[in-house]
Design a protein around this ligand. Structure first.
Ligand SMILES: [Zn+2]
Length: 263
């Protein structure tokens, strides 16, 4: 499920392979994944333009076409993906939107027709497409995290998942961070002690750092994330049977022994 680390990986893919190349042709197999344009309109606006430096904001990825030209905004929701392939290969029906460049194909895919590519005409603000977002999770410092949480009502997990507070964290990252911090997902966000906040911030940084390096939330034997797909998920640290429940509408895992429920 794409979260900040996955989108950061896609940003690097564009920066490494596509930036500086010219769009030669655009192929659209799933027009319903386009927003703000049509397949014909996208072709007219993009062909002949140069791919700029990609910019990530939370789980969104923006790529300018030519200096001062329009912007393409990619969003990945649950099943979106972005691939780079050398030009010798052809695009296929799995490629929802394929940009044929000088030396390869940049293709956006989504198995469930969620997410998509938004076309922003020149001069349109990125916020118009993505809505109000908090600071990017990769840039948040400890002081800022404390201030953001202090201003919240409700539980920790819902707060951390709220893109208007911090942009980029999703279900898997937040469960992992809270489990490593020993904090129950329903703990009131504004009522953390100073040492709990310190632990939360340090795990927040560490989980993000390792996930960005991997390009996704890892699922090795020491990660809670690996247990999500088990029939009988167990805490990788203490062996307790993990609790599973709905928090903020999302399936949430936690260790009942090490993440005590708020009283
Ligand atoms: Zn445990």
């Amino acid at each position: 499920m794409p979260e900040l680390p996955d989108v950061e990986k896609h940003r690097r893919t564009i920066a490494e392979h596509a930036t500086g190349q010219t769009v030669r042709r655009v192929e659209v197999h799933d027009p319903e994944l386009l927003e703000g344009t049509t397949p014909q309109g996208l072709g007219r606006s993009a062909v002949g333009r140069e791919i700029g430096e990609p910019r990530r904001l939370g789980k969104w990825l923006a790529v300018g076409l030519d200096r001062g030209g329009p912007t393409l905004v990619f969003h990945f929701r649950m099943t979106g993906d972005l691939l780079w392939r050398p030009v010798a290969e052809e695009a296929g029906s799995a490629d929802a939107v394929a940009f044929h460049l000088d030396e390869g194909i940049l293709s956006y895919r989504s198995r469930r027709l969620l997410g998509g590519v938004t076309y922003l005409p020149a001069g349109r603000d990125l916020e118009a497409a993505v809505g109000p977002l908090g600071p990017d999770a990769a840039d948040v410092d400890r002081h800022q995290l404390g201030e953001l949480l202090a201003g919240r009502r409700g539980g920790l997990k819902s707060a951390l998942m709220d893109q208007r507070m911090i942009a980029g964290l999703g279900n898997e990252l937040v469960d992992e961070i809270l489990w490593r911090s020993g904090l129950h997902p329903a703990r009131p966000a504004a009522e953390l002690a100073e040492d709990e906040l310190a632990d939360l911030y340090s795990e927040f940084r560490e989980v993000l750092r390792r996930s960005i390096r991997a390009g996704h939330v890892p699922s090795g034997p020491t990660w809670l994330n690996a247990q999500r797909r088990e029939d009988e998920p167990r805490c990788p640290r203490c062996g307790a049977a993990l609790q599973r429940g709905r928090v903020g509408g999302r399936t949430t895992f936690w260790c009942p022994r090490e993440q005590p429920a708020p009283s």
